[in-house]
Design a protein around this ligand. Structure first.
Ligand code: CP
Length: 337
């Protein structure tokens, strides 16, 4: 019998029963069941290498609502600077290795969370998600990804739950690239693509040439979509993709060809201003809803006329984070409700 903890590191790791169980539990916990001491006496620790509004708050409140205690640690904000690479001589800025840091935290809490964004210097290194996996190896309790280089499982779960609530049937879902002022990681478009594939939607990923998502993630999403009765397509033709869409999921991400060159990366994401999601783009859809993980730059990623319209569900989408994070906390701590 395996004694390894039930980590949640990527949506790729969830089989259909586990995926559906999490979303069904999230729905149950969105009501009064989500404010009872199911996790009384339990402890959740999280380590953030990067900023957060939604993820951090949702875990703190989820723990409070379920009777658990949450401890949130910020790298650069009172926490020792952490090394994660194997075999390095630690004579630089990092004072502690995640091998010790996460092993110690795991002796004090019942589950751990980690946020560590992509370095965006080396796509192959990002694809290995080294910080997350180093932490998971060091931890004797379940580790939840709070967004890594490659995936953002809690965002994807909340996105899927939002579409279940707002649309509720197999639909055309467009994950569309959008402009930005600087190149951003691929975790969110990966998570959205995987989540909508899990749900059996007809997923279309639209982006300009050069902004390809990770091949391994796309292959996994194709398999998940096929198994769930849906499909996955990739196109450079956003106008055609939007025809008949019920969901428009916007996100900017960087071109991997420019990793390590921020100036070239910024120029690339600023080179397609016609990809901003505006009213004309939404008019191509079949009464589609607008989604974004937030934070979002108004007038760059999306026009005010869309974000402020009835089609925008971004606030409900963010609020759903609380429901799914209650569900993943319960799963990590072995509690079903
Ligand atoms: N969408 C999301 O993860 O938000 P935060 O970065 O604020 O946590």
């Amino acid at each position: 019998m395996s004694t390894s903890p039930s980590h949640l590191l990527s949506l790729r790791d969830l089989d259909r029963p586990a995926w559906n169980a999490l979303l069904e539990q999230a729905e149950r916990l969105s009501g009064p069941a989500g404010r009872q001491p199911l996790l009384a006496g339990k402890r959740f620790g999280s380590v953030f290498f990067n900023p957060s509004l939604r993820t951090r708050t949702a875990f703190d409140i989820a723990a409070l609502d379920l009777g658990a205690h949450a401890v949130t640690l910020n790298v650069g904000g009172g926490l020792w600077s952490l090394e994660y690479r194997d075999g390095v001589v630690m004579d630089g800025a990092h004072a502690e290795h995640v091998k010790e840091g996460f092993a110690v935290l795991a002796r004090m809490v019942d589950a751990l969370g980690l946020r560590a964004f992509a370095g965006m210097l080396d796509a192959r290194a990002d694809a290995r998600d080294e910080v997350l996996h180093a932490a998971a190896r060091a931890s004797s309790v379940p580790v939840l990804s709070l967004e890594s280089a490659m995936d953002h499982p809690h965002q994807g779960l909340a996105d899927a739950l939002t579409v279940r609530r707002r649309v509720g049937e197999r639909s055309k879902v467009v994950v569309t690239w959008a402009p930005h002022i600087k190149p951003l990681p691929l975790a969110v478009p990966h998570a959205g693509t995987l989540a909508f594939a899990h749900e059996g939607h007809d997923v279309v990923v639209a982006h300009p040439a050069g902004f390809e998502l990770d091949e391994g993630v796309l292959a996994a999403a194709r398999g998940l979509a096929a198994a769930a009765g849906g499909s996955l397509a990739v196109t450079h033709d956003r106008a055609a993709a939007l025809e008949g869409a019920r969901v428009v999921y916007a996100k900017s991400w960087g071109a991997r060809a420019h990793y390590g060159d921020p100036a070239a990366g910024a120029a690339a994401v600023q080179a397609h201003p016609d990809w901003t999601v505006d009213g004309a783009a939404m008019a191509r859809t079949d009464g589609g809803i607008f989604m974004h993980c937030l934070p979002v730059r108004r007038g760059v990623v999306v026009a005010d006329e869309v974000l402020d319209s009835a089609a925008s569900v971004v606030i409900d989408q963010a609020a759903a984070r609380l429901d799914v994070q209650k569900a993943t906390l319960c799963r990590a701590m072995g509690v079903t409700a």
